[in-house]
Write a protein that binds this ligand. Sequence first.
Ligand code: ZN
Length: 186
Amino acid sequence: MVKRKIEKEIKIVQKGDTVLREQAQVVPLAEIKTAKIQKIIANMKTALKSQLDGVAIAAPQIGVPLRIFIVSRRVEIITKGLENLSAEETDKLIDPVYINPEIKKVSRLKKQLDEGCLSVRYLYGQVERAEKATVTAYDENGKKFTKGGSGLLAQIFQHETDHLNGILFIDKAKNIKEVLPEVAKS
Ligand code: ZN
């Protein structure tokens, strides 16, 4: 018998919604462990998991104007080539939470990278991003950390920080095209 966890569907807001254009608010550190913030984090994880192509999500994308983003475990799977992990091992990976993230350093080297967004369905384009970026943030337990990333992770840091400042990738992208997913084409 298969036991299925019933997860409530969390709506991902789309471009045109004003919450995506707001400057998101700093989360007071004393509130990180409150039920309110933990619930927002849980909802963000649910929303991210529901999108098969999602690699990260920012709180404004579920309608919450706070400075939080979450990187999917899929990024670790993609960047470390862990596609053959069992479902059980995949379940042990975590979706890192970044609260009040700040980009502290970026590489001078920039690249034009393909980009899309869960809130800008289904447009894609090329955006110039720094190849490497370092952020500081607080995790879901309120512990401060520093994380450096290159490639996809650095791109995510920049895309998600833009969300927290009311910026969408289409504001910066070139060669914007609509690419409908296979299911939506039929
Ligand atoms: Zn996005």
